[in-house]
Design a binder for this molecule. Structure first.
Ligand SMILES: [Zn+2]
Length: 86
């Protein structure tokens, strides 16, 4: 699993990082390399699924808003988890 590089620390991207740290996400490993990210009480579906090999996510924010060097909150969450920061 590589780490995304050249991440941009724009205001929007830092906001997503903040939300990843504060929204109390959980995760569940689906078929590798896919990991579902959800909040307690949500139905675990593949709509917020991160592919941790290539760091893509199926969420609408990723589909419509996020550029190459940014991460959605789901990807930030898994990255922070992997680094032992959450
Ligand atoms: Zn996402």
């Amino acid at each position: 699993m590589k780490t995304p590089n050249n991440l941009k620390f724009t205001e929007e991207n830092v906001e997503r990082l903040y939300r990843a740290m504060t929204e109390d996400f959980k995760h569940e490993v689906l078929e590798k390399p896919n990991v579902a990210v959800y909040v307690e009480g949500d139905i675990v579906s593949d709509s917020h699924t991160v592919n941790v090999d290539n760091w893509t996510c199926k969420c609408p924010d990723s589909q419509f808003n996020i550029t190459e060097h940014e991460l959605c909150k789901h990807r930030w969450y898994l990255l922070l988890k992997r680094e032992g920061l959450l």
